[in-house]
Design a protein around this ligand. Structure first.
Ligand code: ADP
Length: 648
């Protein structure tokens, strides 16, 4: 047979380099990854077998066998799942098909520790075998394909791999690891069993190992364990989610999560339920503690595996979870859906809609529970009551903050996406504010602290926290001690289009429309403002004329204290920040001119009237207001020229 040598895709070579040089901290995970692949292969066969029973050939009992050979220093994992054709071996074991891979690889820094962390988020799968092996042989034959069309794939885990056609009677795949010098410990039945117990007890596929028994040595030679030729199942071999909750340990839940998610970190929390009623299903849903590298990929799929009566149907079943909860991982096992359900069918099924609604609510409840226990009052409240905190509560402490830092921005998309649960989502949102630099202020907290007479929840959107905090638009709010929410996520402005009020109180951008502090302003302030507006009428007319190409209107404002001027948009307008963002993204933003508001009390403004430099000053005022909110003057050189002219 002829052998063909192929080069790994550049990203694979890079990944392999990392695997062999950085992933030493927890080498034993290779077994979990390979058994997980074997289990996937069995799932795929079961699924294809639904329509084509011939694929089972004459061997319907799906299983994994793990064997080792001390003398040859090899460890092998054999499954009788779907198997690989030669082309599939070349494609699947030589390239990475995940979208965003290149992008991800470019983030690697060369710092081994940091990269090892990152790569964990990416998932190394099959290639983790190279942590313990300096050569891997894969022999496989796809189910339903003649025995003379098997494939052997061999690689030392550096630049290339060899492929040749072989005869293989047996369906499925054998992965043989040629262990490194320092990986002796895996040539031991006891060790392997303990790893299987730890990592793979929960998969539904039976994992078999050959029984060993003690044999005394002859002629004064020491005794040893010898293989008996009899195989035994060494895991529980029942799918974790089908077992009663009380029989599942926290560690088992965690390991199951790691297997299905390829995330090396433990999950934040999970919910495991059997739902009965019109539609029957089991849900096991996890909240990860770290965002995956591709969270922001537009085509990122939901992380839910769909099973029907314990038969695996598909990965990434997006119909089962709304997009704004795409970070949720887990399994849904339906008792009602037909086994031959397709993605298209899923979109239309009433059962699926019921499952999706139920699962969405479950996730929101999980989040509410974390939010509730995020912080405990160690001080007695007004009624003299201190939170009673038990160990369960303690375990949840700080988790909502952790969740929010990773996924808060995604959750916000829910305001626009999930109308039915909008109120629940709104309660889960947290923002920074003029009273807190971290995103920890909920809308309900804000409401509870509102000033006497305050009629709106005030917020500002900006590119950065610093820009938001220092915005001139906040001046009067600071002076009056009114809290303003500071929003710096890209999705904030868009999402707030869908949230006009919270619990009956309107949300009001401090950068939109004229400020109306309503009852927060006293009569003298109102009167002074009216008088100023009257007195400034002639000046405003001159400013409007001077700035007619730049500003929609010019008016006197009470929102400023220290700054001479600021820009605002009309009530129904798109904020300047959003317009800038759209332009940066190469999209069309409506060309609307902002309103220039001036501070009648400011020395610079007072100086304007009658100045010989009126035109320059007016333009500087406008351009500075633009700079102050993070924009750029349309003609920066002209701005500099004007300022310099005044300076000399
Ligand atoms: P992932 O499992 O995340 O897709 P891996 O690197 O672990 O990534 O595996 C790459 C691909 O190789 C799998 O998607 C699958 O198509 C194939 N593969 C790996 N192991 C097996 C196996 N035991 N049987 C059949 N196909 C396999």
């Amino acid at each position: 047979m002829t052998k063909h040598t192929h080069s790994f895709q550049a990203e694979v070579a890079q990944l392999l380099h990392l695997v062999t040089h950085s992933l030493y901290s927890n080498p034993e995970i290779f077994l979990r990854e390979l058994v997980s692949n074997a289990s996937d292969a069995a799932d795929k066969l079961r699924f294809e077998g639904l329509n084509n029973a011939a694929l089972y050939e004459d061997n319907p009992n799906l299983e994994v066998r793990i064997a080792f050979d001390k003398a040859a220093r090899t460890l092998s994992i054999t499954d009788n799942g779907i198997g690989l054709t030669e082309q599939e071996a070349i494609d699947n074991l030589g390239t990475i098909a995940k979208s965003g891979t290149k992008d991800f690889m470019s983030k690697l820094s060369g710092d081994q520790k940091a990269d090892a962390q990152l790569i964990g988020q990416f998932g190394v799968g099959f290639y983790s075998g190279f942590i313990v092996a300096d050569k891997i042989t894969v022999e496989s034959r796809r189910a339903g394909v003649p025995a003379d069309q098997g494939v052997r794939w061999v690689s030392g885990g550096t630049g290339d791999f060899e492929v040749e056609t072989i005869y293989r009677a047996q369906r499925g795949t054998t992965i043989t690891l040629h262990l490194r010098e320092d990986a002796d410990e895996y040539l031991n039945a006891w060790k392997l069993k303990s790893l299987i117990n730890k990592y793979s007890d929960h998969i539904s596929l039976p994992i078999l190992m050959e029984k060993e028994e003690w044999k005394d040595g002859e002629n004064d030679q020491p005794g040893s364990m010898v293989k008996t030729g009899e195989w035994e199942t060494v895991n529980q071999a029942s799918a974790l989610w089908t077992r009663p909750k009380k029989d599942i340990s926290e560690e088992q839940y965690t390991e199951f999560y790691k297997t299905i998610s390829h995330d090396p970190e433990a999950p934040l929390t999970w919910a495991h339920n059997r739902v009965e009623g019109n539609t029957e299903y089991t849900q096991l849903l996890y909240l990860p503690s770290k965002a995956p590298f591709d969270l922001w990929n537009r085509d990122k799929k939901a992380g839910i595996k769909l099973y029907v009566k314990r038969v695996f149907i598909m990965d990434d079943a997006e119909a089962l979870m709304p997009t704004y909860l795409r970070f949720v991982r887990g399994v849904i096992d339906s008792a009602d859906l037909p086994l031959n359900v397709s993605r298209e069918l899923l979109q239309e099924s009433r059962d699926v809609r019921a499952i999706r609604d139920g699962s969405t609510k479950r996730v929101l409840s999980m989040l509410e529970d974390l939010a509730k226990h995020n912080q405990h009052d160690t001080q007695p409240n007004a009624e003299g009551v201190t939170d009673v905190v038990d160990a369960d509560d303690r375990a949840k402490e700080g988790k909502y903050s952790q969740f929010y830092a990773e996924f808060g921005a995604v959750l916000k998309e829910g305001l626009g996406e999930d109308f039915a649960n909008k109120d629940r989502i709104a309660k889960l949102l947290r923002y920074a504010s003029t009273q807190s630099d971290t995103a920890s202020v909920g809308l309900a907290d804000y409401k509870a602290r509102m000033k006497e007479g305050q009629e709106a929840i005030y917020y500002i959107t900006a590119d950065t926290l610093a820009a938001a905090k220092n915005s001139p638009q906040l001046e009067v709010f600071k002076k009056k001690g009114i809290e303003v929410l500071l929003m710096t996520d890209r999705v904030d402005e868009w999402s707030l289009n869908y949230l006009h009020d919270f619990d009956g109180t309107p949300l009001q951008s401090v950068a939109k429309g004229a400020v109306d502090l309503g009852k927060l302003q006293d009569e003298t302030e109102k009167k002074a403002a009216q008088e100023a507006a009257e007195a400034f009428k002639p000046l405003l007319a001159k400013l409007k004329e001077a700035l007619k190409d730049k500003a929609e209107d010019v008016r006197v404002t009470t929102r400023l204290v220290d700054s001479p001027a600021c820009l605002v948009v009309q009530d129904d307008g798109m904020s300047n920040q959003l317009a800038r963002m759209l332009k940066q993204a190469g999209q069309q933003a409506p060309e609307t001119k902002p309103v220039l508001e001036i501070n009648a009390e400011h020395a610079l403004v007072k100086k304007l009237d009658g100045s010989v430099h009126f035109n320059d000053l007016a333009n500087i005022l406008f351009d500075q207001a633009l700079l102050a909110e993070g924009g750029l003057p349309e003609d920066p050189a002209a701005y500099v020229r004007r300022v310099n002219a005044l300076l000399v």
